[in-house]
Every structure is written in C-alpha cells, then in structure tokens.
Write a protein that binds this ligand. Structure first.
Ligand code: ADP
Ligand code: MG
Length: 165
C-alpha cells in the first residue's frame, strides 16, 4: 500500500478521517494556546485560549494582527494556496510582517497548541521564519503530538531557502 502523508499535501479524505477519529477520542479540537515572537506589533506574546476568547483593546492595539495569525496559518497549510511565499506577499512581504523593532535573533515565531479541554496540548506546531540568503523561508518547523516529535525540519547555513515552503 502506498505510504500517505498527513499534512499540506495529504489526501483530504484521510485527513478528514483522522480528524473525525481524534474528535471521537478526545472531543472537539481547538486552539488552546498561541505564542508569538516578532509578529507585527507583538514582540513577545503567550496566551492560553479558552473555549471562547475575546480580544478587546483600543484602535491599533493589535486585535486584527492577532486574529490574522490564524488566517496566515490556514493559508500556508491550504493546498494550492501558494504557501508561505503567497501568504507573505499578501501581507506586503516578510519585512512588513516582522516586528519593526525586532532585535536579533529576529525570527518571526508562531507556536500554537491544539487540543481539547482535557488534553489542551495534544498537538503543538512551531514555525520560525526569517530571511535566508535574502529569501523569506522556514528556518524551523516542528509538529509534536502528545509531547512526541512527529515532524521537524531546520534549515542549515549551507542549505538553500525552502522554496517549496
Ligand atoms: N511589522 C510591524 N511591526 C510593528 N508594528 C506593526 C507592524 N505591522 C503593523 N503594526 C502596527 O500594528 C498596529 C495595527 O494593529 P491592528 O491589529 O490593526 O489593531 P486593531 O485591530 O486593534 O485596531 C498599528 O499601530 C501598526 O503600526
Ligand atoms: Mg482591527
């Protein structure tokens, strides 16, 4: 039987089946935590998300920037969306997304936990972005399930940018 991968390029039926299985076993999955470094106006953010979350703040405090992270994650994960490069172009490029006051190390870091009420950190996804040889790319990406590493990749100094990312 052909080996099938779960992820961006996976079979939608298989993905749906796995999601249904996870739901049956653990209850509905939702984002339970968001951690950001250098995303837009957020230099360092780490919040737990309840079943219902409200973001309240004055104009230009970052409500839209925060919500936009979830759209960004959806865009880079959606098959045929153009992936990372398209998601960044849509936002006027990496320099516009990265916190303007970012100091070194100036990676943009997005980390989310996805889980249920009883297992809030069932899935962890980490994405670190930066310029590499002048090209915005994924510096590090990792998926953990129940604390164990499922997938990880890190760019090395001699690697080319992950153009497929
Ligand atoms: N890359 C960036 N670095 C720093 N600040 C940024 C960056 N991109 C946008 N901002 C700032 O974020 C603010 C807008 O936040 P926004 O999410 O639209 O606020 P709200 O939705 O709460 O009104 C503006 O002050 C803008 O200057
Ligand atoms: Mg807004």
């Amino acid at each position: 039987m052909a080996r099938r991968q779960v992820g961006r390029d996976s079979d939608p039926d298989l993905r749906e089946y796995l999601l249904a299985m996870a739901k049956a076993k653990h209850g509905a999955l939702r984002f339970t935590r968001l951690r950001l470094r250098n995303w837009r106006n957020f230099d360092d953010l780490d919040i737990r998300l309840g079943a219902r979350a409200f973001f309240v703040g004055p104009n230009a405090s970052g409500k839209s920037n925060l919500l936009n992270v979830f759209r960004f994650l959806k865009e880079i994960a959606t098959l045929g969306s153009g992936g990372l490069q398209a998601a960044l172009s849509e936002r006027a490029g990496f320099a516009a997304v990265r916190n303007l006051n970012a100091r070194k190390p100036s990676d943009v870091e997005i980390e989310v936990e996805v889980g249920t009420e009883s297992h809030p950190a069932l899935w962890q996804y980490l994405l670190r972005l930066n310029l590499h040889k002048k090209q915005p790319t994924i510096i590090e990406e990792s998926v953990r399930h129940a604390g164990s590493e499922v997938k990880t990749r890190k760019i090395g100094p001699d690697d080319d940018a992950f153009l497929f990312a």
